[in-house]
Design a protein around this ligand. Structure first.
Ligand SMILES: Nc1ncnc2c1ncn2[C@@H]1O[C@H](COP(=O)(O)OP(=O)(O)OP(=O)(O)O)[C@@H](O)[C@H]1O
Length: 470
């Protein structure tokens, strides 16, 4: 079991359950343990693990349960374990799938790791942080061109329900993990349980399991477990960065579920909700997690986080708070998805701090700006086209429309992870070829090609083959 503790400790500072409200439990002590202390008690279904969230009085603590509280009654005796929730770390974790306590959930036997680290840790001091000016290529045209990821930085994939966040993050795993020299760490927060199993199988098939660690607190688990699994994952990432001195690729699906579990916890704790019903501590909770994702001289943590956007509203507090922490934001649009333009990346809303001439180079910067400008002009012309028809546009505007429609199609891409249901073979495109393709379209080289010749292709050369075939 996850947390060995000595019987001596158990008798040291006994407590007693005084109230149970779903996943929130109040415990009375004669000597009050500090915040984040891990407590244990027993319910109808075995061991119950609690974490102290706040102090109600000089001898009463309010705790959140990380396991189900079914069968827990008032008066039950509580054990103060004398430590925070901790998680095993070390090489033994590679290739394993764990829960928030670090217990294996992959039926591959017990974990052979002796070292454990507490899940609550302070972020690296600013003086020890390093920033790079290198971009992390994903092989996905629209991402590399319009929102390049920063090596050692944080990137977010924003999108409403079913616009392709999970597909895009899985494709990124597919493209990046195989080439990546460091450790890949996947943290599943509050998403469907089957996704964990699918991911495990995909990783195994791709032969990258040995370099990967997976941590899950999925939607069937109590809010406390979903709330803390991100911290547990970061502890593992920090171990590999600081002690093993390796680079870490941290993938999180979905950071909104972390915020949501915080809302549930806050509600159960009796706190008054803030804007749009979120917890008043949203900003702090998110910052505590995000601030720990950083790089030092010994290793980097590059993170890609999926962010569910409730009701497609990018002004939702959960989305706006998350935006503030990221160096690259990839926004997925429902309109694009409904038109079949996958990945449904919105070229006008997606952006990256890397996209400056000093970092990506003048050529990349210029092409990206030009692509954006063309697509923005096309957006503006759409109203005129729908009212008056394309014939009423000037020659120049017609050319813009033609280029924009070709760019839109060229920025779609067949994915490896969707091969079985789209029928298109997956393609990875080096950034250089993406830039060259866009340059050619902007120079009008593909004006006499059919629009569909550019749809769902890899590099631009494939358009010729498609045209010849037609
Ligand atoms: N690149 C793509 N190519 C083809 N189809 C796609 C692509 N991306 C997404 N889809 C389609 O959209 C569906 C939903 O995608 P996905 O599960 O990734 O969405 P999501 O944003 O993660 O949704 P949720 O918020 O419900 O988890 C997929 O099952 C697939 O049919």
């Amino acid at each position: 079991m996850s947390q060995p503790f000595s019987p001596k400790e158990a008798t040291l500072n006994p407590g007693q359950v005084v109230a149970v409200r779903g996943n929130v439990v109040d415990v009375q002590f004669s000597r009050l343990p500090p915040r984040y202390r891990q407590l244990r008690t027993k319910g109808g279904q075995g061991d119950i693990i609690l974490e102290i969230q706040s102090h109600l009085s000089a001898n009463r603590a309010r705790c959140i349960a990380l396991t189900t509280t079914r069968g827990l009654a008032r008066g039950a005796s509580v054990v103060d374990t004398g430590k925070m929730l901790d998680i095993p770390v070390g090489e033994a974790l590679l290739g394993r799938m764990l829960n928030v306590f670090g217990d294996p959930i992959d039926n591959k036997g017990t974990l052979d790791a002796s070292e454990r680290l507490p899940i609550h840790r302070t972020p690296l001091p600013l003086a020890q942080r390093v920033t790079t000016r290198k971009i992390f290529e994903t092989g996905i045209k629209a991402v590399d061109l319009l929102a390049p990821l920063e090596e050692g930085g944080k990137a977010g994939l924003f999108g409403g329900a079913g616009v392709g966040k999970t597909v895009l993050i899985t494709e990124m795993i597919h493209n990046m993990v195989g080439r990546y020299q460091g450790i890949s760490l996947f943290c599943g927060i509050g998403e469907r349980s089957r996704e964990a199993e699918e991911l495990y199988r995909d990783m195994k098939e791709a032969g990258v399991l040995d370099n990967t660690i997976m941590l899950f607190g999925q939607m069937n688990e109590p809010p406390g477990a979903r709330f803390r699994v991100g911290h547990a994952a970061l502890t593992v990432a920090e171990y590999f960065r600081d002690i093993a001195k390796r680079n870490v690729l941290l993938l999180i699906d979905n950071i909104f579920r972390f915020i949501q579990s915080g809302t549930e916890v806050s509600g159960l704790m009796g706190k008054i909700p803030s804007r749009v019903g979120y917890q008043p501590t949203l900003g702090t909770e998110l910052a505590e997690l995000e601030e720990r994702i950083c790089s030092s001289a010994s290793g980097s943590i590059t993170s890609v986080q999926a962010v569910y956007v409730p009701a497609d509203d990018l002004t939702d507090p959960s989305a706006t708070h998350t935006f503030a922490h990221l160096s690259a934001s990839i926004v997925l649009s429902r309109k694009k998805a409904s038109q079949g333009f996958y990945p449904a990346i919105d070229p006008l809303q997606s952006d990256s701090k890397m996209l400056t001439p000093g970092v990506v180079g003048k050529r990349h910067y210029k092409v990206a700006q030009e692509v954006r400008r063309t697509l923005a002009e096309y957006e503006e012309l759409k109203d005129i086209i729908s009212m008056l028809g394309i014939e009423e546009l000037s020659q120049k505007d017609r050319q813009t429309v033609s280029q924009a429609r070709r760019l839109e199609r060229f920025l779609t891409q067949p994915f490896f992870t969707t091969e079985q249901f789209t029928g298109y073979t997956g393609k990875m495109v080096p950034l250089e070829q993406t830039i060259a393709g866009c340059e050619d379209i902007l120079a009008g080289k593909f004006a006499d090609y059919g629009e569909k010749d550019l749809y769902m292709i890899g590099p631009i050369e494939e358009a010729e083959a498609k045209k010849a075939k037609a």
